[in-house]
Design a protein around this ligand. Structure first.
Ligand code: ADP
Ligand code: MG
Ligand code: MG
Length: 209
């Protein structure tokens, strides 16, 4: 069971991961994009951090909805609406909830994934954040389906997410700015897939901590 406190800790932990990896994410984007992914994500999540004290007492759905609105309004790049859609769809599944079971987290991931798919129209393998989010969601689902507890399912999800992030290196970008490079996008890790891994890793860390 994820408590509301752990969800708030997750958002704080993700914001810290983004802040610590700001230059790294921007360097990844410099290779195949416009060198701003770290800047974009950090701007959005630092804004989220300033709002958390005002919303931490609300239900999990309301907290996630505020995150969505904040990201959409403060991030200029593609990642704003994409992460905004992820958190918006996730917020709907968590509406009115004070804690989240394994099944609730499964739905949250599935809906978050659907939000990004609907917004960005990318397919798995297009070298985007979907390449991490999709297999990680499946891994969590399979773990829960086979009777694993939250902690085990989280660990399985993060292991798959890390591998999936690295697996974006040899692929050809078919969506977003990196797709303008054609074959030159091959050989570089996708920045959005990397921030998505950090999101799932901080989710897992917030549960075990
Ligand atoms: P921008 O490309 O506008 O500068 P960012 O640099 O913040 O935005 O984000 C780039 C990341 O967004 C990419 O690395 C990729 O993972 C993700 N992305 C771009 N387009 C799409 C899309 N259509 N669907 C899913 N993810 C996408
Ligand atoms: Mg960019
Ligand atoms: Mg940009």
């Amino acid at each position: 069971m994820f408590t509301k406190k752990q969800i708030v800790q997750w958002l704080q932990a993700f914001a810290s991961e983004i802040h610590e990896n700001k230059d790294y994410l921007t360097e990844l984007d410099a290779a195949i994009g416009d060198a701003d992914h770290g800047i974009n994500m950090d701007r959005g999540f630092q804004k989220v951090i300033t709002q958390l004290p005002n919303i931490a007492d609300k239900d999990i759905g309301s907290i996630l909805k505020t995150v969505s609105m904040t990201l959409i309004s403060s991030i200029g790049g593609a990642s704003g609406p994409l992460y905004g859609s992820l958190f918006l769809r996730a917020s709907i599944t968590a509406a009115g909830k004070e804690k989240l079971t394994e099944i609730d987290i499964q739905k949250l991931l599935q809906e978050g994934l659907q939000g990004v798919l609907q917004r960005g129209k990318a397919k798995p393998g297009d070298k985007t954040m979907i390449d991490v989010l999709s297999p990680a969601t499946v891994a969590f689902e399979e773990a829960v389906g086979s009777g694993k507890n939250m902690s085990e399912a989280m660990q399985q999800m993060v292991a798959i997410a890390e591998k999936a992030m690295k697996d974006t290196i040899p692929t050809l970008a078919k969506k977003g700015r990196a797709s303008y490079l054609g074959d030159r996008s091959i050989g570089h890790q996708d920045p959005g897939a990397t921030s998505c891994y950090l999101m799932l890793k901080s989710l897992s860390d917030s549960y075990s901590s």
